[in-house]
Design a protein around this ligand. Structure first.
Ligand SMILES: Nc1nc2c(c(=O)[nH]1)N[C@H]1C(S)=C(S)[C@@H](COP(=O)(O)O)O[C@H]1N2
Ligand SMILES: [Mo]
Length: 199
C-alpha cells in the first residue's frame, strides 16, 4: 500500500475500520469498464420481477423526501473512507413507492453500462441505505456513479451500484457481476466476506 494514499487507522478510528482495511486519503474511483454518461433528463429507473413494473423519472426521485447522510465506505480492495457526506433518498422511503410481492427475498441491481450486483431484501431494506445524487454538496460526478447510485454502508462497496438503472426483485439469490467472478454473495466487511469460498 503506498503511504502517500493510504494510512493505518489510528486508535480513535480503529473501531470504525474493518479488519484488513486502510484509510484512503482521497476518495478513490473504482470502476470496472467504461464510465457511462447519463443526463438527469434521460435517466430512468425501473423496477420489475416480483415488483409491480414501474418506471421512475429523475423528477419522480426528486419529489421523494431528500436527506443528508454520513456513511463509511469500505472497498474490498482494502481501502476505506470514513464519514462520506451524501444527499439522497432513503431506500425505506423509496420502498413505499413500489408494490412488492411478498415472495421477494432477493434483488439484483442493474446499472447503465451493464454492471449488476445482488442483495438480500433484508440487506436492501435497511434504514441507513440510500440512493445518492449528491456528494459533499455537489452533484454526484459520473466517475462516482452520477447521476444516481445506491449506497449500502454495511456491506463492501461493490454492493453500492453506480449509475443505477433499476432493480429486479427475485424469490431467490442471483449473483451479479463480481459475485459470479469469485466474490462473496453478501460481502460483510466486519466478517471479511471478500471471496466466495463456500456459502
Ligand atoms: N456500475 C458500477 N457500480 C459499481 C462499480 C462498478 O464498476 N460499476 N464498482 C463498485 C466498487 S468495487 C466500488 S469499491 C464502488 C466504488 O465507488 P467509487 O468509485 O465512487 O469510489 O462502486 C461499486 N459500484
Ligand atoms: Mo470495490
Amino acid at each position: 500500500m503506498p503511504r502517500k494514499f493510504f494510512s493505518k487507522p489510528d486508535s480513535s478510528q480503529s473501531d470504525r475500520v474493518p479488519p484488513g482495511q486502510y484509510l484512503a486519503k482521497g476518495f478513490p474511483v473504482l470502476t470496472y469498464g467504461e464510465t457511462p454518461k447519463i443526463n438527469t433528463k434521460d435517466w430512468q429507473f425501473k423496477v420489475w420481477g416480483l415488483a409491480e413494473p414501474k418506471t421512475f423519472t429523475w423528477s419522480d426521485f426528486m419529489s421523494l423526501p431528500q436527506q443528508d447522510f454520513t456513511a463509511d465506505f469500505h472497498c474490498v480492495t482494502r481501502w476505506s473512507k470514513l464519514d462520506v457526506q451524501w444527499t439522497g433518498i432513503k431506500v425505506t422511503d423509496f420502498l413505499q413507492e413500489i408494490d412488492l410481492n411478498s415472495k421477494t427475498t432477493h434483488l439484483l441491481q442493474h446499472c447503465y453500462g451493464g454492471y449488476t450486483t445482488n442483495l438480500a431484501l433484508k440487506d436492501f431494506a435497511r434504514a441507513e441505505n440510500f440512493f445518492a445524487h449528491t456528494l459533499n454538496g455537489e452533484p454526484l460526478t459520473a466517475e462516482h456513479g452520477g447521476p444516481m447510485r445506491l449506497v449500502v454502508p454495511h456491506l463492501y462497496a461493490w454492493k453500492s451500484a453506480k449509475w443505477i438503472s433499476g432493480i429486479e426483485f427475485l424469490d431467490h439469490d442471483r449473483p451479479g457481476f463480481w459475485e459470479r467472478n469469485g466474490y462473496h454473495h453478501r460481502g460483510e466487511p466486519w466478517k471479511e466476506e471478500r471471496y466466495a469460498g463456500k456459502y
